[in-house]
Design a protein around this ligand. Sequence first.
Ligand SMILES: Cc1cc2nc3c(=O)[nH]c(=O)nc-3n(C[C@H](O)[C@H](O)[C@H](O)COP(=O)(O)OP(=O)(O)OC[C@H]3O[C@@H](n4cnc5c(N)ncnc54)[C@H](O)[C@@H]3O)c2cc1C
Length: 400
Amino acid sequence: MTVRTAVIGGGIVGVALARLLSGRGDDVTVFEKEARLAQHQTGRNSGVVHAGLYYAPGSLKATLCAAGRVKIRELCEEKGLPYREVGKLVVAVDETELGALAEIERRSIANGVPDLVRIDDVSRLREIEPHVAGIAAVHSPHTAAVDYTSITEAMAQDVRAAGGRILLGHEVTRVAVERGGVRVVTRISDEAFDRVIACAGLQSDVLAKTVGADPSPKILPFRGEYWEMTPESSRLVNGMIYPVPDPRFPFLGVHFTRGVYDSVHVGPNAVPALAREGYGWMQISAKDTWESLRWPGAGPLAKQHWRMGVDEISGSLLKPLYYRKARRFVPELKMSDLSHKGAAGVRAQAWGRGGELLDDFAVDQVGPVTVLRNAPSPAATSSIAIAEYIAEHYLGPAAR
Ligand SMILES: Cc1cc2nc3c(=O)[nH]c(=O)nc-3n(C[C@H](O)[C@H](O)[C@H](O)COP(=O)(O)OP(=O)(O)OC[C@H]3O[C@@H](n4cnc5c(N)ncnc54)[C@H](O)[C@@H]3O)c2cc1C
C-alpha cells in the first residue's frame, strides 16, 4: 500500500527527506509557506560543506556530517552543480588559543576528517594563505563551497519526477493526529496523510507544539550578518579562514569564506534576532521576543553569555568593531575592503528550559508525526544523511 507522507518545510532537509521517500515509493507532498524553496536558513548561510572538524566524536553532527559531505559532493557531480574544494584553515592567532586548537585537531582525527594537517610552521601557513596572521593552524583541504539553494532545487526536481507534489505558498497552520492518520491544514487546503515529518527550521517548536510535543527545546533565533569584500581585496583570501571557536558557544566565529561563485564574504556574527525571521534590527516580532524573554532558560542564558552578547551586538551596530575582529586574521585588510553588508541569515538554535543551547541534532516523535527539533550547522552539509537517519530510526518499515 502506498504511504501518504507530508513533509512540512521546503528547506534542504525537508526536500532531501521528500526526495528519499518519494524515491522509495511514498506518495509525498511538501508544504512550504514561502513562494520559493530555501528562503530561510538554507538560502541564507555560508555555503560551506563542512568536513567535520568541530563536532563531539560519536555525536549525530559528527557522523551525519561525515556521511552527508560525501553525499552532497556526489549529488553535485550527478546534477552538474558547482562544488569547489577551496579548503579551510582554522587559525590560532596567539598562544591562548593553542589548547582549543589541539582539541579541534583531536576531534577532527576522531571524526575522520580527510587529509587534515596540523601546521606549526608559519611559512607553511603562508603558503596556503599568504596574507593570514597566526602561529598555528589545522588545514582541511576538502572543506568545500556550494550553492545550497541550487542543490535544494535540484533535489526538488527529483521529487516531482518521482510523482511527488511541492506546494509553495502553503503555510501549515494545524496538524491534527486522528484515528488512522494525520490532517494537515493550511489556509487553502485540508488533507489527510498517513504520516507527517516537520522540518520547519525556525518554526520547528511551533509545529511541535501543535501536535502536543514537549515545548522544550524552544527555538532561539540568532542572526548571522555578513560583510562582502570588494573584488580587489578578495585576493587576500584563497579559501576559507576560520578562528578557533569559543568552546562555550555553538557558533564558529566570524570567518572569511571564498564562496562557490568566487566572491569572499566575512561573517557570520551571532546576534539575538528580534523575530524568528528577523533579518535586520528593524524586523521585530513582539510575540517572538516576549516568548524568548519569558522562557525559563532566558535568565541562565543571559547570565552565562551576556558579555559575549554585548560584544556581538556592538560589532553588529558598529562596523569598526566588526572590522577589528576580521583584521586579526588578515592584518592587511582595510575597513573599506568590507564593501557592504550581504544577506543575513537567522539560525534556528534550540535551547532548553535550563538555558542550555542544544549542540546536537535532535528529533522528536508524537505518533505518526516526526519533528526535527534542532538542525543547526552543519545540517545543510548533513541534509541527505539526516534524511536517511530519520527514515531509518523514526519512520516505519513502510518507508523502506
Ligand atoms: C548564518 C548561517 C550560516 C550557516 N552556515 C552553514 C554552512 O556553511 N554549512 C552548513 O552545513 N550549514 C550552515 N548553516 C546551517 C544550515 O543553513 C541549516 O542547518 C539548514 O539550512 C537547515 O535546513 P532546514 O531545511 O532544516 O531549515 P530551513 O532552511 O530553515 O527550512 C525550513 C523551511 O520550513 C518552512 N516552514 C516553516 N514553518 C512552516 C509551516 N508552518 N508551513 C510550511 N512551511 C514552513 C520555512 O519557510 C523554511 O523554508 C548556517 C545557518 C545560518 C543561519
